[in-house]
Design a binder for this molecule. Sequence first.
Ligand code: AHG
Ligand code: MN
Ligand code: MN
Length: 347
Amino acid sequence: MTDTHIVTIARHIIDEERRHPEARGTFSDILTDIALAAKVISRQVNMAGLVDILGGAGRRNVQGEAVQKLDEFAQEVIYRAMDHTGYLCCMVSEELEDFIPIPDKFPAGEYVLVFDPLDGSSNIDVNVSIGTIFSVYKKITDQERGSLRDCLQPGRDQLAAGYVVYGSSTMMVYTSGSGVHGFTLDPSIGEFILSHPNIRIPAARLRPYSVNEGYALRWDPGVRKFVQHLKSGLESGEAFSSRYIGSLVADFHRTLLRGGIFLYPADANNPSGKLRLLYEASPLAMIAEAAGGRASDGRRDIVDIQPTELHQRTPLFIGSTDLVDLAESHIASAGDSDVALADDQPK
Ligand code: AHG
Ligand code: MN
Ligand code: MN
């Protein structure tokens, strides 16, 4: 008998609301609207080789990076899915320098949406998994159409966070603080169906570490010692495998499901690292913590960082708690005698 018990995102959120009466319908609608945008982006990603959507858009974004056509497309799709609903007061996108107030012609609401419309752009043209990252905050000022202050909130104040990974299948993963839930898009019915309820980062032994080792010579000594320690197999002698896709969403999704650690450290050329706090590190940090893991900038929890700029960058160490803890202890003890490192047993 075909399983007729299919749980869509909308149904799951309604079930969640029953468990958490404080969650208002509005909030559920925001997630449902994001899911719609994800379906439209997924369709375009899956046809990227066929339609004129590959390659550069001929301009650079606020980050100074060459904008890919799919970046622009994803930006527009999310903006148009969300600008008229009356739920948001403003938005923040990786692709636009300033925050985006909801236009006067539409009603404004109580929530702020921050997002990276397309993550892993450098992989678009070579058909490697890419993604979208988002999170939702409550407005904290009385500005009807939001203000910078409403956008610069620490990750701990996120109401929800999620990502979409456009890979061998399109999956949407989100948390609103009680559990992390994964939905797989069934293109035949155009619905995201609950496929990974209550994701927990496994305590598996053989867990990949994920970092771009091309920058190793530019890392701080503590980071170099940490990665060297992983390569030595820690004390169990079981060497870690290395996996690096170069799309944060794909590398994080594997870390969430398999365990291990993803790190994008600061280096001599990027003293604050490359990844952006507001719409890359903080949303994934909320998800990692809700799945029993951790996310740190090497010294403190990502979600405790008070943003001062929309596009500020941060080093990121995210995944299994014991490995993030170990990275922090290597960084803290760097420059101390090596004896200290020998005492540094995984917990
Ligand atoms: P984006 O495409 O949104 O700019 O993000 C790209 C990021 C992230 O997806 C990935 O982890 C990182 O860039 C890869 O950087 P390197 O190529 O330096 O390894
Ligand atoms: Mn990104
Ligand atoms: Mn991006």
